[in-house]
Design a binder for this molecule. Structure first.
Ligand code: ADP
Ligand code: MG
Length: 285
């Protein structure tokens, strides 16, 4: 659906490049995550892909057509939410949605319907300026979803949300994916990246440091080991088993069959740990 090739970008007057040789693709029904600390270049990539920043080097193609050759109808197919929710503060939520709905040459959900989706059903008539940050975040998500786009760009959609609301937003994103939407999710939320993304691009200093499924990344970089806590004569003991070692696997089965086992943990690496290993940087900046 979307192909990004060797994207490179430098802000006018900046010393270095914000984006360097970035390539990835997003298929229909796929969530691809751009994961990286603040300043890695995630928002810049998203902005180039929706023509908010000019194309300097490289290419972005939608269904084989260069971004530069697409006409304005392109925007009918795309939904975007920005990192910093931009709403008209004096207009109500419903008015904010209707204003943007008028720009689309296709069927649009009613404000009530789409606000219901993001959990703001009772808040349609409040001025958006009176919304909390989390509510604004959901309002811009509603705005991105209301015309049922084929492609979604979501920049930090869960930032500033409490865990329950973040989960609700993640469920919504998953539902859009299941509808066949191609989704680019920009985030430094490791949990969202891990649970939602089919593939992840680790972004560091404007470059892709790794690109694969969360599972493949964890298998490639984690330890294949299991840690078991069990009781021996009332005392808590901890034992560790290397899953690559046949003898260790045998001892693990014996332990599980006999002993008083309290906890079993796999030692697979977290995305955080893998990110540090590959880039030398912390994910959360
Ligand atoms: P992220 O979204 O991953 O936090 P950004 O794409 O916002 O990263 O930023 C990438 C780099 O580009 C950073 O070094 C940032 O300081 C720089 N940058 C971002 N926006 C601008 C701008 N408008 N002008 C100059 N430099 C910018
Ligand atoms: Mg950003």
């Amino acid at each position: 659906m979307i192909e990004v090739e060797e994207l490179t970008f430098k802000y006018p007057g900046a010393n270095g490049h914000a984006v360097r040789g970035v390539s990835f693709g997003v298929k229909r029904g796929e969530v691809v995550g751009l994961l990286g600390p603040s300043g890695a270049g995630k928002s810049t990539i998203q902005k180039i892909m929706i023509k908010l920043l000019p194309m300097q080097q490289g290419s972005v193609r939608y269904e084989g057509v260069e971004l530069g050759d697409l006409d304005r109808s392109f925007f009918n197919k795309v939904g975007v939410s920005f990192e910093h929710p931009n709403v008209f503060p004096k207009l109500t939520a419903a008015e904010n949605l209707s204003y943007f709905a008028g720009l689309y040459a296709r069927d649009v959900m009613s404000p009530e319907e789409v606000l219901g989706l993001v959990g703001l059903a009772g808040e349609a008539d409040k001025p958006a300026g009176d919304y909390s940050k989390g509510m604004k975040q959901r309002l811009v998500l509603a705005r991105a979803l209301q015309h049922r786009p084929d492609v979604l760009f979501l920049d930090e959609p869960t930032s500033g949300l409490d865990p329950a609301t973040a989960q609700r937003v993640m469920d919504l994103i998953a539902a859009e994916r299941d509808r066949g939407v191609a989704i680019l999710l920009t985030t430094h939320n490791m949990h969202a990246a891990d649970t939602l993304c089919d593939r992840l691009a680790f972004l560091h200093d404007g470059e892709v440091a790794a690109l694969d499924s969360p599972r493949a990344l964890k298998l490639a970089h984690g330890e294949r080991a299991v840690e078991v806590e069990h009781r021996v004569d009332g005392r808590l003991e901890r034992a560790r088993f290397d899953l690559g070692d046949e003898g260790a696997r045998g001892r693990l089965s014996e332990l599980l069959a006999g002993a008083e086992v309290e906890t079993v943990h796999t030692r697979e690496a977290t995305l955080d740990q893998i990110f540090i290993k590959l880039t030398g940087s912390e994910l959360v900046a």
